[in-house]
Design a binder for this molecule. Structure first.
Ligand code: HEM
Length: 128
């Protein structure tokens, strides 16, 4: 296995954990489950997301390119910022329940778009 392939395995695994974990925390938020307040539920996402982004940066380093060199990479970066912002509204800053739920659903839709961009290597993703 080449270093790039290894990084890609780390990247894809942490992407699955990141989105799966976010979906689960949103479900806990909906149900008022206190597992959401556990230390683990707060720290683990940071570790997973650091691996996700770190592996992306390392792959771009191997490619000797920037995140803005290709349309689909730029789209991923911008969509990632949106995903993070919506996630913060859903799990932290949203006051009204309807706002939290809407932000959670939109964040999941953005995550699906990011995966579709990753698989198609096109900024249009599932809109193509
Ligand atoms: C939530 C955020 C992200 C998710 C869910 C995600 C998901 C994925 C997935 C599923 C793949 C594998 C695609 C394949 O089978 O070829 C992939 C590959 C890749 N991603 Fe991400 N990614 C995310 C963020 C990023 C970011 C921010 C960057 C950098 C700007 C990035 C750069 C890459 C690169 C360079 C590859 C390798 C492409 C290749 O092998 O040709 N990803 N990503």
């Amino acid at each position: 296995m080449t270093p790039f392939e290894l990084l890609k395995v780390v990247h894809v695994s942490s992407a699955v954990l990141s989105i799966g974990g976010f979906a689960l925390r949103g479900y806990w938020m909906l149900r008022g489950n206190e597992l959401l307040q556990r230390r683990m539920a707060k720290t683990l996402p940071h570790i997973v997301d650091t691996l996700l982004l770190g592996s992306a940066i390392a792959m771009l380093f191997i490619w000797q390119t920037s995140p803005f060199s290709l349309d689909w990479l730029t789209a991923k970066v911008l969509a990632l910022l949106l995903y993070i912002g919506l996630g913060m509204v859903a799990l932290r800053f949203g006051k009204a329940r309807v706002v939290r739920i809407t932000a959670w659903l939109l964040a999941l839709a953005v995550a699906a778009y990011i995966v579709s961009v990753a698989l198609s290597k096109s900024a249009l993703g599932f809109f193509a």
